[in-house]
Design a protein around this ligand. Structure first.
Ligand code: AMP
Length: 166
């Protein structure tokens, strides 16, 4: 594990270039590369949406009205807002249990920016929107070792600075 207060190394070896500089993280566009966007509509039932998620191996799905992004529905919502609340998924519209107006990111941002959004918002998915149109979704599971390690290092460092200033 990286220990910032014991080491001056800012990057893990895999992401340091020949001059010893940190290489930038992948862009969101790089991460999306070839992703097929699967969505659902707000009027679908939770059961219909869950079937679509299962068929496509998705832990989260974006909810659209026409081309407009209106929400996100994840496994956690199925568990906490449907199962734990005793709702019947066949009779419940996904619009009633999704998170409305999710936080989004643009494709030209870095994947580290998406990780920061996930960390701050305590969720694991970020829809990607370009010119008001949804083009994909990134998730914490897209994080590869070096990026995650670099991100965690930066967070630990930030927390230590906050502690010192407190
Ligand atoms: P997750 O960890 O992604 O399963 O999501 C945890 C909770 O945050 C669920 O209620 C999601 O609907 C919600 N959520 C997921 N992604 C986002 C996002 N990008 N913006 C706002 N809420 C989200």
């Amino acid at each position: 594990m990286l220990q910032p207060n014991k080491s001056a190394v800012l990057c893990v070896r895999e992401v340091v270039d020949f001059e010893g500089e940190c290489m930038s993280s992948r862009t969101i566009k790089d991460v999306l590369n070839g992703q097929v966007l699967i969505t659902a509509t707000a009027a679908m039932s939770v059961t219909q949406v869950a079937v679509r998620m299962k068929k496509n191996g998705l832990a989260a799905i974006l909810i659209l009205e026409g081309k407009r992004l209106v929400g996100i529905f994840t496994e956690r919502d199925a568990l906490f807002r449907v199962a734990a609340a005793g709702l019947n998924p066949k009779d419940t519209e996904v619009s009633a249990v999704m998170t409305e107006n999710p936080t989004t990111i643009a494709p030209d941002k870095s994947f580290s920016d998406a990780l920061a959004i996930m960390h701050d918002g305590r969720f694991r998915h970020v829809p990607v929107v370009e010119n008001l149109e949804v083009v994909g979704m990134v998730s914490s599971s897209d994080a590869m070792g070096p990026e995650l390690e670099q991100f965690m290092y930066a967070k630990i460092l930030e927390d230590q600075v906050t502690d010192v200033l407190a």
